[in-house]
Ligand binder design. Structure first.
Ligand code: NAD
Ligand code: UDX
Length: 482
């Protein structure tokens, strides 16, 4: 046993020497590139890690001496940045210099759903990936390991390799797939103690060079190595499985509401079966975030492109159910408020797609708000981390109504108590912890009557809400139906 461990360690050291990774570049300083590289730098003080981005404002924010101004909010991130930045972690807009100097280059740019042409609304848009590949090929004067950190359709490494080899300067490129499994809001603990690290590749030395970097803090048995295609596909599948659990419990939440069952109790009863497990069974107003919908749509598109229609239809249902959950929440608000919300003050507590992040991409709140605004509701929004500019940008992006109209109907506030004054209803859209601790008695006294609360996250204490005479609905158990 002992000799096996020693042997593995020795092998790693040999490979590291062989590949000699002294400098890492990461293209893309977003929600993945920033935190991931910060932890790699923190755990590998001997390696210089440079994170580059075209977005000057984002890089300036990463370099801001006031750690409150980092471009993304993640608990624990500021401490890691404080430790590593300026020591062996750097943020820059000089993409070419970083590429030129690096032995290993992570590509961590965005891969959104295509909004045009073939595959519009489903396929992943790989234009940013291709731009990176072309730039790397034109700049690189020495052999490089290229690591796919972005989530990509299966077989993208083929396209990358072709671009790199055909447009490069005759140097060697080894491509690895190393998808990221961090979840926002828990990115730092997820990175510091991952369930697994997945590395797919063909070249053994390149794989071991990357293994060596993770081995600085991740136990070897948690570092899985596979072929390229398994690694690329596993990322899409992992997200599809997680989202599927949320849609499954959300489907049951609607059934609970008409049968008198309670979805939290059902989730507990089901999740205590060790074969099923308790995680990702929290019913909600619908999943959001930049990944689940995009990656399932991509999986569906890939299956269809291989004529696997039954497979595609199966996974597409996860998205359709999620859309249904968002719109039925909005419909429930309208129905309970006597079928009209026109001119009524409805307070949204939360706008981010989940707690502990300022990210709003695909947040359920956006779609619920859009639905209610089409019924001429007045929406007052409070979120502890999301800016007013971001909220108006999210609504304007939908293009449902003019920007002026969104400004007329929506107000963003910084004080939740002020927001709730004279409100007809409160809707909880994000599960921020602070919502539980509010003075609900005071809020009730200042609201219009009846005082509706629509809890899309089941975060509030239902017995307290009932005792204060709120007309309280929480997803998956309609207490008013008893
Ligand atoms: P993001 O939009 O936050 O960041 C991407 C960054 O890449 C942007 O700052 C953009 O300016 C930059 N960029 C794009 N093209 C560039 C180029 N040619 N040169 C330099 N910079 C460029 O995206 P993200 O959330 O960090 O996601 C990145 C990838 O990781 C995606 O494929 C996503 O699916 C995947 N992923 C995301 C998460 C998550 O929780 N957000 C988790 C796992 C995987
Ligand atoms: C997800 C994956 O978890 C992560 O592994 C991957 O790398 C990126 O995509 P993220 O989108 O950041 O991470 O957050 P996650 O915690 O998965 O939540 C996604 C959405 O599902 C959120 O809107 C969340 O509120 C919702 N959700 C999650 C539920 O409604 N119920 C649950 O039980 C869990």
């Amino acid at each position: 046993m002992m000799s096996k461990v020693l042997f593995q360690k020795k092998q790693t050291i040999d490979y590291k020497l062989m590949m000699n990774v002294k400098k890492i570049a990461c293209i893309g300083a977003g929600y993945v590139g920033g935190p991931t590289m910060s932890v790699i730098a923190q755990k590998n003080p001997g390696i210089i890690v440079t994170v580059v981005d075209l977005n000057q404002a984002r890089i300036d924010a990463w370099n801001d001496s006031d750690l409150n101004n980092l471009p993304i909010y993640e608990p624990g991130l500021a401490d890691v940045i404080e430790e590593a930045r300026g020591r062996n972690l750097f943020f820059s807009t000089d993409v070419e210099k970083a590429i030129d100097e690096a032995d290993m280059i992570f590509i961590s740019v965005n891969t959104p759903t295509k909004t045009y042409g073939k595959g519009k609304g489903q396929a992943a848009d790989l234009k940013f990936i291709e731009l990176c590949a072309r730039q790397i090929a034109s700049v690189a004067q020495s052999d490089k390991i290229i690591v796919e950190k972005s989530t990509l359709p299966v077989r993208t490494a083929d396209a990358l390799k072709s671009i790199l080899d055909n447009t490069g300067n005759g140097v060697n490129f080894h491509i690895l797939s190393n998808p990221e499994f961090l979840a926002e809001g828990t990115a730092i603990p997820d990175l510091q103690s991952p369930d697994r690290v997945l590395i797919g590749g063909e070249n053994r030395d390149a794989i071991e060079a990357l293994v060596g970097i993770y081995e600085a803090w991740v136990p070897r048995e948690r570092i899985l190595t596979t072929n390229l295609w398994s690694s690329e596909l596993s990322k899409l599948v992992a997200n599809a499985f997680l989202a599927q659990r949320v849609s499954s419990i959300n489907a049951i939440s609607e059934l609970c509401e008409v049968t008198g069952a309670n979805v939290d109790e059902v989730a507990r009863a089901v999740g205590t079966d060790s074969r099923i497990g308790p995680k990702f069974l929290k019913s909600s107003v619908g999943f959001g975030g930049s990944c689940f919908q995009k990656d399932i749509l991509n999986l569906v598109y890939i299956a269809r492109s291989y004529n696997l229609h039954a497979v595609a239809n199966y996974w597409e249902q996860v998205i359709l159910l999620n859309d249904h959950q968002k719109s039925r929440f909005a419909e429930k608000i309208i129905r309970d408020m006597y079928n009209t919300v026109n001119g009524k003050r409805i307070v949204f507590l939360g706008w981010a797609f989940k707690k502990d992040t300022n990210d709003t991409r695909e947040s359920a709140a956006i779609y619920v708000a859009d639905h209610l605004l089409s019924e001429e509701a007045n929406i007052i929004i409070y979120d502890p981390k999301v800016t007013a500019e971001q909220i108006y940008r999210d609504l304007d992006y939908l293009g449902t109504r003019s920007s002026e109209e969104n400004k007329r109907l929506v107000q963003v506030v910084e004080d939740p108590y002020e927001a709730c004054k004279d409100a007809h209803a409160i809707a909880v859209l994000t599960e921020w912890d602070e919502f539980r601790t509010y003075d609900w008695k005071l809020i009730k006294e200042q609201m219009k009557r009846p005082s509706f609360v629509f809890d899309g996250r089941s975060v509030l204490d239902s017995s307290l809400m009932e005792s204060l005479n709120f007309t309280y609905y929480k997803i998956g158990s309609d207490v008013n139906q008893k």
